[in-house]
Design a protein around this ligand. Sequence first.
Ligand code: NDP
Ligand SMILES: O=C(O)C1=N[C@H](C(=O)O)C[C@H](O)C1
Length: 268
Amino acid sequence: MINVGVFGASGRMGKAVIQALTNDSDAKLAAAIVRKNSSSYGQSATENEPVHFISAEELQPDEVDVLIDFSLPEALTENLKLAEQYQLPIVVCTTGLNDKQKERLAQAAETVPVLYASNTSIGIALLEQLVGLSSAALPDADIEIFEAHHRHKKDGPSGTAISLGEAAAKGRNQRWEQVNDGIRGEGPRSDDGIGFSVMRAADIVGEHQVTLAVAGERIEIGHRVSDRKIFADGALRAGKWLQEQAPGLYSLQDTLDLQNILQRMLKR
Ligand SMILES: NC(=O)C1=CN([C@@H]2O[C@H](COP(=O)(O)OP(=O)(O)OC[C@H]3O[C@@H](n4cnc5c(N)ncnc54)[C@H](OP(=O)(O)O)[C@@H]3O)[C@@H](O)[C@H]2O)C=CC1
Ligand SMILES: O=C(O)C1=N[C@H](C(=O)O)C[C@H](O)C1
């Protein structure tokens, strides 16, 4: 049985992970971590089991095998410090990280296993591969990315949309910093630029579409999530995998065989 500690446990995703753990025969909730000034602090985190929302200082490291972080970027440094202090593997799922925070992930990965996933759905991992392949195969296509999320989302474009842009740039051997056009506004597009359009509305869980267009033809590769269980299950799957790994910085792609599957398919 794997004991899971969840950061951001009171949030939309934290609750989804706790719910997923109630039906998981290999893993259980060991710690539901919130801020000390959280309105959830001290309350029961589960319906039947005696797990309460605690603060990070109250974490009992011997009771936890892996940490899953679905809080916000502001909490990343403290969460990584805890993982380092207690030598615990950590799956980081928060988005909107700046360059310094991404460097901090790499620094933590020198001493503990760290898996960073802007999207824990296997469908998006597959989409990334398909986008890389399509971008390489259509070097002259204009690439644009659309994403839609719920009205409460703070960051934009979404972490997933940026990861898909990076996969497209990689497919063409381009540096992401050179082709990232950000959210589209006025003015004509450059030949290589990859731009985003963003929708925030109601309770949309997460939708992404990558368009590769040449004059007269358009490829659209898309993905929609309608239930946060998809992300929660993906994060737990990643956590189970990570707790058997050596220190290092991993991605969801490392846990899957998609690249080999794609290569085998292409050889046929
Ligand atoms: N990788 C993936 O597949 C997915 C990633 N995400 C990402 O996960 C993150 C959380 O999303 P979501 O659950 O919707 O967000 P919520 O706002 O619902 O939850 C975030 C939780 O973090 C806690 N929090 C807020 N501010 C701080 C802070 N400064 N320090 C520590 N904790 C804080 C809050 O709990 P409290 O105040 O009670 O402490 C809050 O409940 C986002 O970055 C989102 O983009 C979302 C879905 C899927
Ligand atoms: O905030 C969300 O809800 C989501 N965030 C992630 C992102 O920014 O890509 C993943 C998912 O699409 C939901």
